[in-house]
Write a protein of this length. Structure first.
Length: 219
């Protein structure tokens, strides 16, 4: 008779042979291993064999758990987006600044963004690189998390003169985010100053001041 894929225990219950099932805990174990590799090596660490070895799983298990590596990277990038949002909120709370100190609070957010880029550089670069090579629109969860990030900026802008219109406030928040991102992306890796972070903040301050002044003229 052919070998069965299951055996019976003393109690008569059927027990499958081979590796144990892929449980939610196993998935979290693999996700953590992949997240650690992403933080260490960026997208270069996102190889099924490398992730499997770090997690103590088979390569086949990685594909069963996540479908393909791109799906896994999307999930890790979503975690990066969420971590960035938490980092910004925490920075605002730690600053202790009053809500009407709008420019100072915006600069706190800028500083938090720079800090995240420096301390989580591999994750940040992986997010940018992966998104650039994707065709079509971003997954809904991505856009929702991006909207949460923009919402943080909108909430900081709201007390300032000229930002009472929600639509205008939303556009200004997105313009500020794009400007800060652009300055950080271009200036930090190519800085000629001895103090690249200070130079980056100075340039961001120019943009922030211009946006606040322009809005104030709408009143």
């Amino acid at each position: 008779m052919a070998n069965s894929s299951s055996t019976q225990s003393d109690s008569g219950a059927t027990r499958p042979r081979g590796r144990p099932g892929l449980t939610p805990e196993t998935r979290e174990q693999a996700l953590k291993a992949a997240g650690d590799l992403l933080a260490e090596r960026g997208l270069q660490g996102m190889q099924a064999r490398t992730i499997a070895a770090r997690a103590g799983l088979s390569v086949g298990s990685i594909y069963k758990l996540f479908g393909d590596i791109d799906d896994l990277v999307r999930e890790l990038n979503l975690e990066t987006y969420r971590a960035l949002a938490v980092h910004h909120v925490s920075a605002l709370e730690a600053s202790g600044l009053a809500e009407d100190a709008v420019i100072d609070r915006l600069m706190v957010l800028a500083g938090a963004y720079i800090e995240f880029v420096i301390t989580q550089n591999a994750r940040w670069r992986a997010l940018l690189s992966f998104n650039r090579r994707q065709a079509g629109g971003a997954p809904r969860a991505y856009t929702e998390t991006e909207n949460d990030l923009f919402g943080i900026v909108e909430s900081v802008l709201e007390p300032a003169p000229g930002f009472s219109d929600p639509a205008y406030r939303a556009r200004a928040a997105r313009a500020l985010w794009a400007s800060v991102h652009g300055i950080v992306t271009v200036l930090l890796p190519n800085a000629t100053s001895d103090e690249p972070v200070a130079e980056t903040l100075d340039q961001i301050g120019m943009i922030v001041g211009a946006v606040i002044r322009d809005a104030g003229m709408r009143e």
